[in-house]
Ligand binder design. Structure first.
Ligand code: HEC
Ligand code: HEC
Ligand code: HEC
Ligand code: HEC
Ligand code: HEC
Length: 217
């Protein structure tokens, strides 16, 4: 039977197919790299009043604990009551349109319902005070809130995220006087310092921290 394609043509076709395959792989790689660098982390959450951590924390330097009063003492960090806002805004910009929902709610005694940025499922137990008192700073989990005009989430909050730290907290621990510092960065010798902090904070074993009942109780 006569050959339909000459050996040279077959080789040419094979090379063409390989070329197309290589181009597809390259395109996929380029797409993934771009997707990773361009992807916004998590979207900023719209709120009834556009509260800005950038202005209040970044520009005005108000401490986290002024508003999140229970973060060092309880599971819940605390969301400030309107009276906390009004301690300044009863005089400051109280006639500004953006503050109208706040001022109206305060006058009528209604609640202002903030939309949650972080919300773990009910079957997960989380406690702020233990983390904050044992060397885990706010920005490790919440990022630099001092640059956020509206608050957004920086961490996935999935189980792997919790476990990554519970298996090796030395990667993240910081001195007690830097917990509220939104700009803290781990130093070059973080692992050595982190291990020393692990001893001074009396951090329990990896076995304890990764037990199911630690977070599911
Ligand atoms: C002047 C008051 C005020 C100060 C100071 C303040 N916050 Fe907030 N924070 C709020 C209010 C109001 C909300 C609810 C609206 C929102 O999510 O932006 C909030 C929300 C948050 C949330 C998201 C809560 C959720 O719904 O999951 C985080 C995280 C947070 N603050 C961290 C911080 C940290 C860290 C600091 C200090 C560096 C800080 N805040 C300082 C008032 C404040
Ligand atoms: C310690 C005083 C103080 C407290 C407490 C305070 N604010 Fe403000 N707020 C300011 C100042 C100062 C500005 C002007 C912003 C700026 O340019 O730094 C401002 C501005 C604002 C604005 C205008 C938009 C903006 O960010 O410029 C909104 C909205 C606002 N605050 C909401 C709130 C809410 C909601 C609370 C309570 C959770 C609150 N503030 C608590 C001092 C305060
Ligand atoms: C180990 C990680 C971690 C650290 C450290 C941490 N947070 Fe959170 N934060 C979370 C998680 C997870 C949630 C969601 C909790 C939920 O849905 O039950 C949360 C929720 C919040 C909320 C919403 C109210 C609440 O308690 O659910 C505020 C406000 C907040 N954090 C502020 C802070 C501040 C201020 C600091 C530092 C003093 C801080 N957080 C440190 C992980 C952390
Ligand atoms: C960046 C590090 C880090 C992250 C992220 C983190 N944790 Fe922790 N967690 C710690 C450290 C450190 C302790 C204190 C351990 C100790 O006291 O021995 C702790 C303690 C706890 C405890 C108390 C354990 C006990 O037996 O008293 C619970 C519950 C907990 N974490 C839940 C969570 C959950 C749920 C998440 C994820 C949503 C999370 N943690 C994310 C570092 C972290
Ligand atoms: C350090 C805290 C922590 C520990 C320890 C932990 N979990 Fe979780 N687990 C979480 C969090 C946070 C979630 C919620 C994740 C989410 O919403 O995606 C979760 C979710 C789950 C889910 C639901 C999964 C899903 O896709 O909805 C199961 C099942 C689960 N965990 C089982 C376990 C078992 C079994 C262990 C012990 C081997 C364990 N967990 C240990 C934090 C923890």
């Amino acid at each position: 039977m006569a050959q339909v394609f000459s050996p040279a043509a077959v080789l040419g076709l094979k090379l063409l197919w390989l070329g197309i395959l290589a181009a597809l792989i390259a395109a996929a790689v380029v797409y993934r790299v771009n997707a990773r660098t361009d992807a916004p982390a998590f979207a900023a959450i719209e709120q009834p009043v556009p509260f800005s951590h950038k202005h209040h924390v970044g520009d005005d330097g108000i401490d986290c604990r002024y508003c999140h009063v229970s973060v060092e003492t309880s599971a819940f960090a605390g969301i400030p009551p309107l009276a906390t806002c009004m301690s300044c805004h009863s005089q400051l910009f109280n006639d500004a349109p953006v503050l109208k929902p706040l001022v109206d709610a305060y006058r009528t005694g209604a609640a202002l319902s903030w939309t949650r940025v972080h919300d773990l499922p009910d079957f997960v137990y989380f406690d702020h005070s233990i983390h904050v008192n044992k060397g885990v700073g706010c920005s490790t989990c919440h990022g630099p809130v001092d640059v956020m005009p509206l608050t957004w989430r920086v961490a996935s909050l999935d189980m792997q995220w919790c476990l990554d730290c519970h298996r090796a907290p030395e990667k993240y621990l910081r001195p007690a006087d830097r917990i509220f510092d939104t700009r803290w960065e781990p130093p070059a010798d973080q692992i050595a310092r982190g291990n020393a902090l692990k001893r001074s904070y009396h951090i329990r074993t990896e076995r304890h921290l990764t037990m199911c009942s630690t977070c599911h109780r």
